[in-house]
Ligand binder design. Structure first.
Ligand code: RP5
Length: 174
């Protein structure tokens, strides 16, 4: 499903408002869903591979600099020992949305538990395993809290979903 048409850019410039980061390029098969949602809603965003374990200095730098660069929300996806979202949340005041990426072993439960069990004080908004689409939508909603025209489009998106369910329902009865 595509987002409702937007006739004007959310931001005057094209500087990114959302950072979509992932532990490996192999996560893109999942994380591209978040990027697609942001594109559909016309949200300028950036995509970057940032590994908690392979590029730890980059992780700290990314987290510390994101807010100053105008990023308003970070979506972070990782699999296995998925420390990226939590570590980012520990070095930025921005909201961090964590996406547990399912790997070939353990059905993604390892990724989920690594991301969701944060210590009190450092929150990560964890979506479902491979739930990158909802991560994108949650980022849109976070931005919409201070942007009423974007909030209108979120409502239109939800109304469209509702209409689709009813269309399918009607088809069942034909
Ligand atoms: C994690 O290790 C990444 O987020 C990825 O999900 C997983 C495997 O990475 P690759 O070995 O495919 O690069 O850090």
């Amino acid at each position: 499903m595509t987002a409702p048409e937007n006739d004007q850019p959310l931001h005057a410039s094209d500087s990114p408002l959302v950072g979509v980061v992932m532990g490996s390029d192999s996560d893109w098969r999942v994380m591209s869903d978040a990027s697609q949602v942001l594109t559909d809603f016309g949200i300028p965003h950036e995509v970057e591979v940032v590994s908690a374990h392979r590029t730890p200095d980059k992780l700290i730098r990314y987290g510390r600099e994101a807010r100053g660069r105008g990023i308003r929300t970070v979506i972070a996806g990782a699999g296995g020992a998925a420390h990226l979202p939590g570590m980012l949340a520990s070095v930025t005041a921005l909201p961090v949305i964590g996406v547990p990426v399912q790997l070939a072993t353990l059905d993604g439960l390892d990724s989920l538990l690594s991301i969701v069990q944060m210590p009190a004080g450092i929150p990560v908004a964890t979506v479902s395993i491979n739930g990158a689409k909802n991560a994108g939508l949650l980022a849109v909603r976070i931005l919409a809290a201070s942007d009423s025209s974007l909030a209108d489009r979120v409502e239109a998106y939800a109304a469209d979903l509702e209409a689709q369910v009813e269309q399918k329902n009607a088809r069942l009865k034909e």
